[in-house]
Design a binder for this molecule. Sequence first.
Ligand code: NDP
Ligand code: 8X3
Length: 248
Amino acid sequence: MSTVLITGASSGIGLATARVLAEHKYNLIICGRREERLQALQAELAAKVAVDYRVFDVRNRQQVADVLGPVVANRAIDVLINNAGNAHGLAPVHEGDVDDWDAMIDGNVKGLLYVSKAIIPQMVERKAGHIINIGSIAGKEVYPNGNVYCASKHAVDALTNGMRLDLNPYGIKVSQISPGLVETEFSKVRFKGDETRAAGVYANMEALQAQDIAEIALFMLSRPAHVNVSDVIVLPTAQASSTLVNRG
Ligand code: NDP
Ligand code: 8X3
């Protein structure tokens, strides 16, 4: 069976994707910084498929290379799901925290690139592979105070398209999922642990759940060889755009 490497598998969309793919017999390499969560997920899924985990910070270029280098040397990665990422803060650009900007650009953009750099050459060599980048509605639109997060997701959108062009000669599929509001730990991270503020993001509407995104990833991966679902924008029914949400 295929082996899928998922970044950000310790929570939210990445965690749900690991669970759904394990149900469908994909072997997994689950990645993140919180080792105890990865260990627990490995224990949960190990009876179904082969599950390994790797602990690294996608922002740390050397760590990514040191951890993923031996992985790639020893086994074929059929699918890379570039999911790790977060928003940090929500502020007008003139009030933004530079540490938050660094975290978003370094994680969402440079981190995705570091991981891709470790995995893609092997796919090129084998002339096979599938990359799914987790973009966002924030990569298609810009909303007030979302400035740098939106810029980072616009970068993911551009990188997805760039990868598809560059990897076309090698038969590698490149896809993106661009969700609207998904109820995960995302807003808790964005608001630095403020659970009340985080809950407000999903109040009085039915947000997407991580499982909804996982099922789209499974659909993408289970298409025939000649079909590449290149991008899916998926919103809660209550959400019409980044800024228009029907809360009843
Ligand atoms: P969560 O906060 O629930 O999960 C984020 C995951 O990313 C965690 O597993 C976390 O693992 C990992 N991660 C974050 N930073 C790093 C880092 N520096 N190094 C390694 N791993 C990291 O949020 P979501 O599941 O919602 O987010 C997943 C992706 O989906 C992100 O790219 C996000 O931008 C995108 N997205 C989310 C939407 C939403 O509304 N929730 C909508 C559209 C897109 P750990 O902390 O263990 O390292
Ligand atoms: C996450 C969705 O609208 O909070 O990418 O930016 S949003």
